[in-house]
Design a protein around this ligand. Sequence first.
Ligand code: OOG
Ligand code: NI
Length: 303
Amino acid sequence: MTTSSQKLQTLDAVLDGLMSRYRERVPDVLGIIDALIDENVIQKPDDIENDHIAFRTMGVPSLGIQSFEKIFLHYGYEKREPYDFKEKKLNAYWYSPPKPHYPRIFVSELRVRDLSDQAQHIIYQYTDSVVFDPVDSLDLDDAQAVDRFLHQPLWPMPTLDDYLTLLKESEYAAWVIYNRYYLNHFTISVHNLKPGYNTIQEFTDFLEKRGFKLNDSGGKIKISPDGGLLQASTVAQMLDAEFANGQTHRIAGSYVEFAERRILPEFQHLPPDQIRREHRRDGFEAGNADKIFESTFTSQTGK
Ligand code: OOG
Ligand code: NI
């Protein structure tokens, strides 16, 4: 029997594994952490509160959200609201964590069936090798096995031609066919940082002063209609990707996000030292997310 505390230990190890690969792939992560230490905003990397992490998947039988979510549901995450991105042809859900100090999780999937026949054909050529849901045969209590699973190819390496054809129709499809389950982003919670850095406006000013490039689709700061969730993100870091046949090409990898969650109106009377996560705006916002996806799109990375 696996107790819930053993499950949380496994979750800790899985999250550590995701973050260490992510730090290597995205130099902006350490760049931002170093800048925060340099300005005495934090003393060490662990002082950063991770608001949420995000993954992308292909919506095909045996994969997609229904497969991927089993991993984190096993560790006690709870499935929350769905989101629908019509133009980008994506579905998404967010998941609330088993304990408040863990990151929320945002998982999206491409509605492959809504793409052109040509794009569907390319995607199925790769994903058809996945006949059974691979998560079903994974021992979710074995942190090393899960870590390996999240960083192993589930389908053959794409050719550059296929990547570029997909890119023309769906930038998201091209991203997933190459980057797979690599962490798409982690998110720095800015509201608990020290004054001068604890609003998204001040934090993005600091980032730009330090030379980090921000996604400006829909404006640099994305604000939910209720005014409670304010988000910004860097432009994805570029990778020298090696494709099948040894061809190489510079493509978008992952990025970093920043979130300010304001205190809900009903808790605004509480003294500041009593404010906890549950007193702030929770969840996500489709209008913000729609623009944040574009952090990996050539419209942003090509600037
Ligand atoms: C996710 C974009 C949405 C958010 O916080 O709303 C998002 C992605 O780029 O895969 O991260
Ligand atoms: Ni996000």
